[in-house]
Structure formats: structure tokens, C-alpha cells
Design a protein around this ligand. Sequence first.
Ligand code: PLP
Length: 424
Amino acid sequence: MKRDYSDKLWQEASQLFPGGVNSPVRAFRGVGGTPFFTQRASGAKLWDVDGNEYIDYVGTWGPAILGHAHPKVVRAVQEAAREGTSFGTPNPREIRLAQLVVEAYPSIEKLRFVNSGTEATMSAIRLARGFTKRDKIVKFDGCYHGHADSLLVKAGSGGATFDVPDSAGVPADFARNTLTLTLNDVAGLQRVKWDEIACVIIEPVPGNMGLIPLTPEFLQALRQVTRDSGALLILDEVMCGFRVAKGGAQELYRLKADLTTLGKIIGGGLPVGAFGGRAEIMDCLAPTGPVYQAGTLSGNPLAMAAGIATLEELFKPGNYHKLDVLTTQLCDGLRGAAAMANVPVYQTRIGSKFCTFFTDQPVVDYASAKRSDTKRYGKFFHAMLERGVYLAPSQFEVGFMSLAHTSEDIEKTIHAASEAFKQL
Ligand SMILES: *Cc1c(COP(=O)(O)O)cnc(C)c1O
């Protein structure tokens, strides 16, 4: 596969952007090599600037659940653009998108639109602190909630320790208010003084250390301790919202969050995030309440139009079932191909999210995810890319199926995988 033009652009990008990119994982550090530059995308396919075609399982990191450049989404954005790209006043499209969100999420009575998932989680945490008048928050080892200061914190060893920042530039004082716990550890929840905690934030379908299913018992226990102590439960559904079911993880696990954060699919490929929940909590936001939050481009008409078109199409009957069937077909095929080649893998799937861990041990938390053979994953990734299949460029990211993928795409992918596994 020739990538001359991508290589030339990479030289230029490396002069202009730190690490050549505007978001770190795009740089392929997790798998080695350098990234291709995408010229265009349509349906389940990407074409790079050298004209190579790839079946895409990254889906712009989750938003492209209909496939790329869906005609209805493109048309909606074009129509909106003709009417003006931003007004800085309320616009009718905000209401339509909000109604679609509220219809899917019974726990959301009121919401606010923002411009990214990071903004949604950052604002939800400020709101939780303002509402409860408490400072400390709880998160889980390996869960990613965007790059806000108090969320860039990882776990220390074992139990509950107030932690150190994950990134330079985050004051240790911020991190000291963030407590980190281990996923799926019900007993660990007892070690926290919950009446000091403003909120706990969790990915109910963790997808930022590969895909790790949580047990329903664990999620119920978390709901119970937070309800009993007045700490708010923030379910970060930026990735799994509208992805694992119409009502996201809350539908799947029959859970009700106090606050929910959304992003990715809700913007149909344009920059959108949202957070919402009980009206009593949401009304603490400015202008009705004392918690400040604002955005020049929030509720942007183009972004709202893309979100509306995406959700209206996605909510048509049968689509989630179709995604399930396609993803099951792929995961069964990958597992079979790995077994044929004697490559130990641990395959996870929830709805249309999937992950192939290169380990023979079950993956139940961040520590077990990190036991995966990342070098081997890198080799597999490149062997697949050479065969025209674009998987996530890191062992610790998930794959996303779209409604544009066909059984034929999946057959091709499994065929490529059986060759790639043998090559390892
Ligand atoms: C992607 C992601 C975010 C951050 O969203 P951005 O739009 O990248 O800021 C937050 N939480 C989860 C669970 C995510 O997957």
C-alpha cells in the first residue's frame, strides 16, 4: 500500500502541531508508525489522500453510527448553513434535539448543550459540587471523562487513595479532591465516606481502556450508596449514549442517573456535548442558579441539525437490533480467526462496541486490561491496515460498528483478520 502523500503531509503536520496531531491518539503512538491522512469518508469506508480504501471501525471515535456522510445528515447541515451558521440567540433546533434526548433518557428532565464531551463532564461536576456544596469527587481507575483538570487522575495502588495527577500542569491540590476506585469492586465502595462526596462519575460501559463490561450488581451498589448519602451519580454516556441502546446504558441496566453526560453521537459528527438530569439539580445553573456555565457556540444550529438528523434516523425501528447482529457476526468471526491461528484473545462486546484484547485472561478492570500484549496488538493493527481495515490505533480503544457496514464488509474483515492473526 503506497502512502507517499500521507507521508509528505505528516512531515508538514509535524512542523505545525505538537506530535503532528490535534488529539494525541491520532498519532499512532499506541501501535507505532505514522497515521494516514483522510481525504473523504462515506458509509463504512474511508479513503486516504493516496486513494487507499479502508473499512472503518473507528467511526470518528464513535459519532458515525449511521456511517460517514449520511445523506440525511449532510442535507440537514446544508439546509441549516444556508440559514446562518450561528446566531447567539435561542434557535428552534435546540428544542427538537433536546426533545429527542429527553424521549430516550427518562432520567433527563432538563439539559444544557455544550460543544464537547469534556465540556459536558467538566460542567456536570461543577454543577454537582454547587448543588451538594461538597468538593470531593469519585472516579474509577481507567475511566476517561475528557481532559478537565480534576478528571485527569489515575488510581494509586489497590483501594481508595486520593490521587496524583495524570498530566503535567494539573495542580496536585485539584487531584487531592479526586478519589479513585476500582471498577467492579463492590467491597471497595464501602471504603469511601460518601457523605463528603459531591458526585461519582463513571462510564457505565467503560470504553477508554478497551471495552470492559461492568456487572449489574456493581452498578446497582453504586446507585445505592450514592442515593443513601446524597452524592450525585453522574453517568458519563458520552461514548455509550445512543450507542449501546436508544436509552444508552441506563436503558440497558435499568439505571437512573442524577446527571448524564452525552457527546459523540448526539452531534452526528459535529462538535456537540450535553449534560442533563433532574430539574432540581439543573436549575442550579446560571441564569436560574449560582453555578456558572456558558458557551458562545453552544446549541449551534449546524451541530443541532446534524444531531437531529442522526437521532431521527437512528431511532427508526430495527436499527439497534441490526447493529447487534452485525457486531456479533464480526466478534464471532474475529474470535474464530484468532483460535484458528492459536492467538489468545479476550473478546468483549456490548451493543455495537467491541474490543479484542490480546490476552488469554478475562479483562474485568484496568489492571487486567493492562496485561494485554500491546506490541502484538500493534502488529495486528498494521497487518489489518495493510489489508484495508482500519481498527482503533491502540489496544485501549474500542471498535465501533455502524449501520452502513454490510455483512460483506464484515466477511472481508474476518478474512483479513485470519491472515493477520497467522502472521503474528
Ligand atoms: C470521548 C469521551 C469524553 C470526551 O469527549 P470529547 O468530545 O473528546 O471532549 C468524555 N467521556 C467519555 C466516556 C468519552 O468517551
